[in-house]
Design a protein around this ligand. Structure first.
Ligand code: PLP
Length: 404
C-alpha cells in the first residue's frame, strides 16, 4: 500500500522490461557471426523505413547517436563559420555543441514567455546572422513550428526530436516539421537502441549531404546521386557515424510498442494532473492545441506561484520519492561558452566567427522557466495507483513549501 502517513510516495517507479521483445532478434543476429553492415543492411533498412512511416518524412538515415545526427543535419543544411545557428539553452549540451561540430557556432535565444521552447520573436531577432536553428521539442512539448517558420528572414529549422518520438504538431508528426529532424535513441529516450540516432528529411540534397558525413563508402556508392556529391562516393568525410546493427534491431522492437506506451503514459499523466487539481496544488501541465500530441521524456509542469527557492523544492520532492528529471545545467554560464579561448581550443574555426558569449540578462524567460518548471517522469506502463500517490505527495509538498 502507498504510504499515506509520512508524505512519501511509498511506491517504486513502475518499470517495464523494455528490451525483452528484442531478445530473439538479437540472439539470432549474434549467431550469424556478423555484426557490422557497411551497406544499408536489413536491420538498418527496417529501422529507417519504420522512421519514415512514423514521421511521414521521405528519408530516414541511421546514426550512432542523436549528437551525430544533429551534426550531420547542420552540415547538410549549410552550416559555416561566418553564420551562427540559433539555439535555445533549454536542451541537452550536444544540441548546442553540434553547431560547433558542424563548423558554426551557437547563438543563444530565449524561450517563449509561457513555455519551454525557442521563442519565435527571439529567433526573428537572431536570424539575420544565422544559417539555421536547432529547435528542441523540450520534454516532448512541440515547439511553435509554424511561427518559427514564418519570421521575416526564415532559416533552416533542424528539429531536435530526442524527446518527441511519436509527437504531433497540429496534426503533423515531429520529424517532418523542418528541413531535418534528429532523434536520439539513447537509453533514456522513449525509443531506445541503447545508443543511436535517426535523421529524417524530405529533401534529397539534405539526405545525401548527411550521408557523406559519416557513412561507409559502400553505402555512398550505392546511394549518392547528385552530381556535386558523387565525387565523395569513394571517401565521404570519413567520420564513423554508422549505427551498430544490434542497436537498430533493439530500437526497431521498441518502436512497435511506442503508440501503445504513449497512450498509457497519457492516461498516467491525466491521473496525476487531476489529483493535483483536486488538491488545488499551484501547478499546471502545458495545454496542447487540438491535433498536437506530446512526446515522452518526462513532462514539464509549471509552478504557478513565484518560487524563490526552486532547489529546496526540488530536493524536498526528490527525497519524498517524486520521480523528477533534473533540470538541465545552465549551459549559458558554462566556461565553454563564456570563455571564447576554450571554444577556439576545441574548434579553431571559431577564430573566423563573430561568436559572442551569451548574456544571461537577455534570456529572462529561460531563467523563469528554469525556476518554475518541475519535470516529472511519467511511466509508460499502467500505473494509476502510483500516479495518484505521486500527485497526492507533490500537492502536499507544494502546499507546504509555498504556504509554510
Ligand atoms: C539525448 C539528447 C541528445 C543527444 O542524443 P545522444 O543520442 O545522447 O547523442 C540531444 N538533444 C536532446 C534534447 C537530448 O535529450
Amino acid at each position: 500500500m502507498p504510504d499515506t502517513s509520512t508524505g512519501l510516495v511509498g511506491l517504486p517507479f513502475p518499470r517495464e522490461n523494455k528490451y525483452a521483445a528484442a531478445e530473439s532478434a538479437v540472439v539470432e543476429r549474434l549467431r550469424s557471426g556478423r555484426l557490422s553492415d557497411t551497406n544499408r543492411g536489413p536491420a538498418i533498412q527496417s529501422l529507417e523505413d519504420a522512421f519514415t512511416d512514423l514521421t511521414g518524412a521521405r528519408y530516414a538515415l541511421a546514426f550512432n547517436s542523436g549528437t551525430s545526427a544533429l551534426h550531420a543535419a547542420l552540415h547538410a543544411t549549410g552550416a559555416h563559420p561566418e553564420a551562427g545557428i540559433a539555439v535555445s539553452p533549454m536542451t541537452w549540451i550536444s544540441a548546442l555543441t553540434a553547431t560547433l561540430h558542424a563548423g558554426s557556432f551557437p547563438v543563444f535565444c530565449d524561450v517563449e514567455p509561457n513555455g519551454v521552447n525557442l521563442a519565435p520573436a527571439a529567433l526573428a531577432a537572431a536570424a539575420p546572422g544565422c544559417s539555421a536553428a536547432v529547435v528542441t521539442h523540450a520534454w516532448g512539448i512541440p515547439a511553435p513550428m509554424d511561427a518559427l517558420g514564418h519570421i521575416d528572414e526564415p532559416v533552416a529549422l533542424v528539429e531536435d526530436d530526442s524527446h518527441a518520438h511519436g509527437a504531433l504538431y497540429l496534426g503533423r508528426p515531429a520529424g517532418s516539421l523542418g528541413a531535418a529532424g534528429c532523434f536520439s535513441l539513447q537509453d533514456a529516450k522513449s525509443v531506445s537502441g541503447g545508443e543511436g540516432g535517426i535523421l529524417t528529411t524530405s529533401t534529397r540534397a539534405v539526405y545525401e549531404r548527411a550521408l557523406t558525413l559519416g557513412h561507409h563508402p559502400h553505402r555512398l556508392q550505392a546511394e549518392l546521386s547528385l552530381p556535386d556529391l558523387r565525387p565523395l562516393a569513394q571517401t565521404g568525410a570519413g567520420y564513423k557515424f554508422r549505427m551498430p546493427v544490434l542497436s537498430a534491431l533493439i530500437a526497431r522492437e521498441q518502436l512497435r510498442t511506442l503508440a501503445e506506451r504513449a497512450c498509457v503514459a497519457e492516461t498516467n499523466l491525466a491521473v496525476l494532473t487531476s489529483t493535483l487539481a483536486d488538491r488545488k496544488a499551484p501547478i499546471t501541465a502545458p495545454e496542447l492545441a487540438d491535433g498536437t500530441r506530446r512526446g515522452w521524456y518526462g513532462t514539464p509542469l509549471t509552478v504557478t506561484e513565484p518560487l524563490s527557492e526552486p532547489q529546496a523544492l526540488r530536493a524536498a520532492a526528490a527525497s519524498a520519492g517524486i520521480p523528477l528529471r533534473p533540470m538541465y545545467d545552465d549551459w549559458v554560464k558554462a566556461p565553454l561558452f563564456q570563455q571564447p579561448d576554450l571554444l577556439r581550443q576545441l574548434w579553431p574555426h571559431v577564430r573566423l566567427s563573430p561568436y559572442a558569449p551569451p548574456e544571461p540578462d537577455a534570456l529572462p524567460h529561460y531563467y523563469r522557466a528554469r525556476r518554475q518548471t518541475l519535470v516529472i517522469k511519467v511511466p509508460m506502463v499502467a500505473a494509476a495507483d502510483y500516479m495518484h500517490a505521486v500527485g497526492r505527495t507533490l500537492a502536499d509538498i507544494l502546499n507546504r513549501h509555498l504556504n509554510p
